[in-house]
Design a protein around this ligand. Structure first.
Ligand SMILES: NC(=O)c1ccc[n+]([C@@H]2O[C@H](COP(=O)([O-])OP(=O)(O)OC[C@H]3O[C@@H](n4cnc5c(N)ncnc54)[C@H](OP(=O)(O)O)[C@@H]3O)[C@@H](O)[C@H]2O)c1
Length: 272
């Protein structure tokens, strides 16, 4: 598994992680057991980053319990979010996240969709100084919010920005990815498979001719390689509730080289 340095640090994280939106918002025991296999596949394939949010229903509680039950050798990098209004409610929500993840220190706490960022940022700066969190982040998931994300990257001391970027959604290339490089901010990519829509568009199609010689074995690997081969990207967090998909996704992080040009050229001709 390839790793990338978190800018301005000597800490590296694997380029593929696991998102928990939708798939981890479950309470059925059989579904939770299957998600345990997803987390098992994440660690077995060399991954570490798990991204969640209080916005995702039971996802923090479920992923926290599964990470607590993972092998002692597993070293998760826990990224979650604050998603509420007001300083005191934000503190209450982040305390609850820590309880769900059974930890005194969350690796990355992000302001979800920039909601009440000014109120939460004061807490995050304080908590980082007190080692209750290690990194501060901000997130959004639409290109329409990139201007506000850019302003927040300039205004606040953020370590990570989490944004939407996919083969069919490349607005981040214009300003946010270069700005992250300029300012030394890590980039986590959400919606790397277009929320599943990109996978539906290619389903049933044979892989392009370039795929096999370069080592690609699935569409997900092609689509994820396009994201993580961008030098500004620290990590992509495809969401899945399927252990086989988790393993498939992780293999995208083991492919060497930069084949973005071939992928983009195919995409432009495919007319999907
Ligand atoms: N504002 C924000 O902060 C924000 C917004 C959106 C998302 N996020 C984060 O980003 C993560 C990723 O976004 P997302 O989960 O919405 O979308 P995504 O990762 O682009 O796509 C997820 C979809 O792709 C499918 N999939 C995953 N791997 C696959 C594979 N190898 N083969 C076939 N299908 C595959 C999943 O289905 P299966 O379950 O069947 O695999 C699911 O339907 C979220 O989980 C969340 O942690 C953050």
């Amino acid at each position: 598994m390839l790793t990338r340095l978190i800018p301005r640090t000597d800490e590296a994280v694997p380029v593929i992680g696991c998102g928990t939106y939708r798939a981890f918002d479950v309470s059925d025991a059989r579904k939770i057991a299957r998600l345990g296999d997803v987390i098992g596949a994440l660690f077995a394939g060399g991954g570490r980053v798990v991204d969640s949010s209080p916005m995702y229903g039971k996802a923090e509680k479920v992923s926290g319990a599964l990470l607590a039950g993972a092998a002692p050798s597993a070293q998760p990098f826990i990224a979650t979010k604050v998603w509420t209004h007001g300083k005191s409610e934000g503190i209450r929500q982040m305390e609850q996240s820590m309880a769900y993840f059974r930890t005194e220190c969350i690796d990355l706490m992000q302001v979800h969709n920039l909601v009440d960022i000014d109120a939460h940022m004061r807490t995050l700066i304080d908590w980082k100084a007190r080692k209750r969190i290690r990194y501060i982040g901000i997130t959004h998931y639409t290109a329409g919010a990139h201007r506000a994300v850019e302003q927040a990257m300039r205004d606040y001391p953020v370590d990570f920005v989490q944004i939407n970027y996919a083969l069919d959604d490349r607005a981040a290339e214009q300003r946010l990815l270069p700005l992250a490089q300029e300012l030394g901010i890590g980039v986590i990519v959400n919606y790397p498979l277009g929320g599943g829509d990109l996978m539906r568009r290619v389903r049933g199609r044979p892989l392009p001719e370039f795929a096999a010689p370069l080592g690609f074995k699935s569409w997900a690997q092609i689509l994820l390689h396009f994201i993580v081969a961008h030098e500004a990207v620290t990590c992509a967090i495809p969401g899945t509730g399927n252990p086989e998909h988790m393993t498939d996704n992780l293999m995208a992080g083991a492919l060497l080289g930069d084949h973005r040009a071939e992928i983009l050229s195919w995409w432009n001709k495919a007319g999907l």
